[in-house]
Write a protein that binds this ligand. Structure first.
Ligand SMILES: NC(=O)c1ccc[n+]([C@@H]2O[C@H](COP(=O)([O-])OP(=O)(O)OC[C@H]3O[C@@H](n4cnc5c(N)ncnc54)[C@H](OP(=O)(O)O)[C@@H]3O)[C@@H](O)[C@H]2O)c1
Length: 293
């Protein structure tokens, strides 16, 4: 058996990640705010921690995969947070959060003698379940080396962005912006074609076999062509959070990102209409609806 690590956050992504770590031979102390969700892991040998602090161990590794900045701060800095117990251990933080939050948490860890490694991921829960995520990582070099095998156990590719703990999160936000831009572009193009009598499916097939023969266009394009936004990879509200972070990072860097603002608005409308039971690419409906379809 490999070392025993802490794992905090057993939502769609966290449960898949933790399951793969167990399969890879790691021991796990698992914490989730709603303890019930830990049950499938306990049946496979994980131990239940009753607080984030209990999931951590002095000198050990603790992974967090919770929803947003506030949640990472709560399990790290809140009452019974992991920071107080980690000693000189490593916090491997996999959530999509602001680069500024990552830098602040890294500084707080440094003050206490512990280490923070940013490790946001690309891929839906079903990709996580197959251990085929793409990982962007950054932070202290020795700490990065310490968690490398763990990252390898859940991913197909790890790309290293150096010492700045915020860098990996910048890349994650840039990636989600690129995905949103592709969805918006396809939604507009497919809608224009449809209104001129060319079926969405034909438009999709032509472009994904010729000029846009790539993974993202094929995958999200299929949902937009069929206007069937299932299965749900990420809920619209989860990615709306990311577009809020993109706009914050853009404002911080004084980068006008009008397309990011537009996509944020589309996601706001989708969430306001209560469309949470569809994949986030379903914001493409806002485009066809605004064209009267
Ligand atoms: N879904 C995707 O396709 C995808 C892909 C790449 C990256 N991500 C990122 O991965 C992270 C997790 O996403 P997910 O899809 O697993 O989300 P999710 O299914 O909604 O799970 C969220 C997790 O965060 C916990 N949580 C939320 N607020 C908390 C708080 N204040 N204190 C403690 N725990 C809290 C939840 O606990 P409860 O169970 O108690 O609610 C749950 O374990 C997010 O940062 C997301 O942006 C998601």
């Amino acid at each position: 058996m490999k070392e025993t690590i802490g794992f905090i956050g057993l939502g769609g992504m966290g449960l898949a990640l933790a399951t793969n770590l167990l399969k890879a031979g790691y021991g796990l102390r698992v914490y989730n705010r709603t303890a019930e969700k830990a049950r499938p892991l306990l049946e496979h040998g994980a131990r239940l921690a009753r607080s984030p602090a209990e999931a951590a161990e002095p000198g050990g590794v603790v992974v967090t995969m919770v929803s947003d900045d506030r949640a990472v701060e709560a399990v790290t800095l809140g009452a019974n947070g992991l920071l107080d117990r980690l000693g000189d251990g490593v916090h491997l933080s996999m959530s999509t959060i602001a680069p500024s939050t990552a830098r602040r948490l890294a500084a707080l860890h440094r003050e206490r003698g512990s280490h923070y490694v940013a490790s946001p991921v690309f891929g839906k829960p079903e990709v996580a379940a197959r251990a085929k995520l793409w990982v962007a990582t950054s932070g202290d070099a020795a700490a990065r080396a310490r968690v490398r095998l763990l990252q390898e156990a859940v991913s197909q590719w790890i790309f290293d962005f150096g010492e700045d703990p915020g860098a990996a999160n910048v890349i994650k936000l840039a990636g989600n912006f690129l995905l949103g831009a592709a969805i918006e572009a396809m939604a507009e193009a497919f809608t224009m074609a449809e209104k001129h009598g060319v079926p969405r499916r034909q438009t999709y097939e032509f472009f994904t076999q010729t000029l846009f023969d790539c993974f993202v266009y094929r995958g999200y394009g299929k949902l937009i062509a069929s206007e069937h936004y299932q299965p749900v990879g990420a809920r619209p509200s989860l990615i709306r959070k990311d577009f809020g972070l993109i706009l914050e990072a853009a404002a911080e860097g004084r980068v006008p990102m009008p397309l990011a603002s537009l996509i944020h608005e589309r996601l706001t409308a989708t969430v306001a209409k209560g469309r949470e039971d569809i994949d986030w690419a379903g914001f493409a409906r806002e485009v066809s609806e605004s064209a009267g379809l």
